[in-house]
Design a binder for this molecule. Structure first.
Ligand code: SF4
Ligand code: SF4
Length: 286
């Protein structure tokens, strides 16, 4: 399938996994360096790619959402806003309207139905964007504030002005709305899995997601120990492109746990270079 560029003409490739712990970030940071692709950490609830890339010249700015404020003097307690809100973010105690700001999706529907104009909005901080550099690579990440439930506004803010590509988007694990909202900005996807029954189960959900979005994609098998015929059967059945395997080795796990890059180990460097070639071929990333 031909790769589409998005409306502003750059190339974003999402790196995702059906489940946590498959090595998605390991793949994203190592491939970013090998492909000279920018790294954008969209896993805003636990962004850890910077631990490996160690970017410098970091700048940051806050991310806000709009949150309703009720002028209790103007409010006639009609209840129109509480009935309109689909997220139960407003509650009418009959004495006042309470706002549960962490449930609010900032849709502003409540203000449309408030005839006395007792409802306005103020900005509320929910996270931070950080931008740095590692040699030629731009390294960006979103960080959701502790206790905040909604990651999507931070992800959108991170990706709406993404640098000219190619960019690797290190997505949230799983197939929840956090991953879906990163995929909305992508023109291709790399799915990372591991050769286990759990890995395959959750990979199938990720495959359905990218197929549903009609994105070209390929799969990387991490922690490969030479066995996994059940994976190969599935790939054959579904006609899925395999981009390569990353071997399993205790030394790699030790290096990872110290924040080291696997591509610095010769056998891994070779594996990542082979994968990079396949990524260029399958996803037209260059
Ligand atoms: S902005 Fe939307 S989600 Fe928030 S309180 Fe109003 S109607 Fe509910
Ligand atoms: S719609 Fe306006 S006036 Fe009615 S309860 Fe809500 S805030 Fe008050």
């Amino acid at each position: 399938m031909a790769v589409k560029e998005n409306e502003v003409g750059f190339m974003n490739i999402a790196v995702l996994s059906g489940k946590g712990g498959t090595g998605k970030t390991t793949v994203a940071v190592n491939l970013a360096e090998i492909l000279t692709a920018n790294y954008l950490d969209c896993d805003v609830e636990e962004p850890n790619g910077f631990i490996f890339l160690k970017p410098s010249e970091i700048t940051s700015r806050d991310v806000h959402v709009l949150s309703p404020v009720i002028d209790q003097e103007q409010c006639n307690l009609c209840g129109e806003c509480t009935e309109t809100c689909q997220f139960n973010a407003l509650f009418n105690t009959k004495k006042e309207i309470l706002v549960f700001e962490k449930l609010c999706h900032s849709c502003q529907a409540c203000s449309l139905v408030c005839r006395p104009e007792a409802l306005s909005f103020q900005e509320r901080k929910i996270g931070v964007l950080e931008k740095g550099k590692k040699e030629k690579i731009q390294c960006w990440r979103g960080i959701l504030d502790v206790g905040e439930p909604m990651a999507v506004p931070v992800i959108r803010e991170l990706l709406k002005d993404a640098p000219s590509g190619p960019n690797l988007l290190d997505c949230s694990p799983g197939t929840s709305c956090n991953a879906v909202n990163s995929l909305r900005f992508a023109q291709g996807a790399i799915l990372v899995t591991e050769p286990s029954a759990f890995g395959l189960h959750d990979l199938k959900m990720a495959v359905k997601l990218v197929q549903g979005l009609k994105l070209p994609f390929g799969i990387i098998i991490n922690k490969w120990h030479g066995e996994g015929s059940f994976l190969e059967e599935y790939f054959k059945e579904e006609k899925i492109n395999v981009l390569g395997q990353i071997p399993y080795d205790r030394k790699a796990a030790e290096k990872y746990s110290r924040g080291g890059m696997l591509k610095d180990i010769p056998v891994y460097r070779e594996a990542f270079h082979k994968i990079a070639e396949r990524v260029r071929e399958v996803l037209k990333c260059n």
